[in-house]
Structure formats: C-alpha cells, structure tokens
Unconditional design. Structure first.
Length: 116
C-alpha cells in the first residue's frame, strides 16, 4: 500500500522535549500542545480555520483527555477539524501519519490540505 502525505515546508514544529517527570511534569500535555500550536501557527501566519482534519496521539491519559482532538482543535481555533484520538504508546507518530494518509487515499482525494 502506498501512502501520500505532505507537510508544507516551514509548517511544522514540535513541542519542547523534556526528561520524563522533568521540568514539564506539571503541565497538562494537551493544553501545552494547544499553547505551543497557537504560538507556532501565529508565527507562521497560518489560520487554524484552514484545518479540516487532524490526528491526536498520546500515551498517558490526563484529566479531560477523553475529549481528545476536538478539545485540542477547539483550543487553537480549529473547532471545525475532526479526526481520531489514538492511544498507542511509542507508535503515535507513524500510526497517526498512516491513519491520515490512509484516509486520504481511501477517498481518492489527493488535493493538498492543511492538517494538524
């Protein structure tokens, strides 16, 4: 199976990394991700209203994490974007990419999209 996905040049970032139970241990991971995403989208002048789909993956459930992707997209101003929340430790990124590209290929839609 062939998967096709694009992340536009310069439209990517990562939340800061810290040692397990280190300096970010007191932060809520989804709220922190939303905070960083809002900052980075603002730096790049990317309107969150352009997102139509996203995939959220995380390993350790936290308070309110049940609400997953809709909660995250709502906090960054992209409440219209839908998609799954995946709980799969150590395989989140590759699994999320496969879910996104598989969904895109399955529907035969290869238009460039902004995705989260």
């Amino acid at each position: 199976m062939t998967f096709k996905a694009e992340i536009p040049y310069g439209a990517y970032w990562s939340t800061p990394f810290a040692r397990w139970q280190g300096s970010f241990a007191n932060l809520h991971s989804i709220e922190f991700a939303a905070h960083v995403a809002k900052l980075e989208l603002g730096k790049r002048k990317i309107d969150p209203a352009r997102f139509d789909y996203g995939v959220l993956g995380f390993s350790v459930p936290q308070n309110h994490s049940f609400y997953g992707l809709p909660w995250l997209t709502g906090m960054i101003g992209a409440a219209q974007a839908g998609g799954p929340t995946i709980m799969q430790a150590c395989h989140r990124r590759t699994h999320a990419a496969r879910r996104r590209t598989g969904n895109r290929d399955r529907h035969g839609d290869h238009r460039p999209r902004h995705q989260l």
